[in-house]
Every structure is written in C-alpha cells, then in structure tokens.
Design a protein around this ligand. Sequence first.
Ligand SMILES: [Zn+2]
Length: 152
Amino acid sequence: MATNPLHDDDGAFLENFLESLLAAANHGDDYALPWIRRIHQHGVTKQLARDLNSRLSQWPITAYFSFDAESTDFVPKYRLPKNPPDLGMDFIIAFHIARLLADGRLDDLKRCEECRNYHVRGPLAKWCSDGCGSGKRQRDKRKRDRERQMML
Ligand SMILES: [Zn+2]
C-alpha cells in the first residue's frame, strides 16, 4: 500500500480501487463492508461525512503560502511531510471512499437481485453480472414453462 495516498491520483487507479473495494465488501471484509453497507442503505449522511473525516484528519498536510508563476500571485499550497507516517488500512479506505463519493462513482451502488452482491453497473442494472441476469431469466422461463405444462 502506497504511503502517499495521492501518488496514484488518476481515474484508472480509482476504478481499480472501486472494483477491489466491492469485491472485498462482497466477501464480508471488515474494512470494506461496513462503509459499503452504510452508503448503500443511507447514502451520504452528515454522520458518514463525520466518520470519514475522523479518519482523514489523521493525515498530516503541510500548508504553505507560495508564489505561483502561472497565476503570478501568492497562493496557498499543500504538501505531504517528507516522511509521512503509515496511516494504515482504516485511513486508506476512508480516503479513497471519500474520493469515490466526490467523483459520483458510488451513486449507482446497488445489490444484485440474484446473488445480493454489491455492484455499480449503472442506474438500471438489476444484476451484478450477465451471469446473474441470465440465471434469473432462465429460472423465470422454466417457471413459465412449468406453468404452461400444468395448464395443458
Ligand atoms: Zn449477482
């Protein structure tokens, strides 16, 4: 795990993190599941923000005032200390969950109607995978076929 959580700040990293986070939650992981369950059940509440912030506030950032050549003005800037402490999983998870929420990547968080896994496959998706969707459709078809048989 990177010591500087900002060092991977591109969309691909966040997308992979989201995938791992959901997979971990779906396996009952102690770090991932409580956050995912809360966000799924209650959305982003003030209490959720407070709980995220209680982790995020452990991050030591140095703020300083510096001349910026681009804007040709003095602007506030931030940097990590030279030897940032290892803040551990609790912090890392909260930090990236905050980024996912800010990016709207958890807006479509749902549970699969077939296997109950959490997923973010889009606002209309009922299932976590094509496999779960076709399993459900096959069962429905068999049920319809049985009902049709009984009516004959
Ligand atoms: Zn599923």
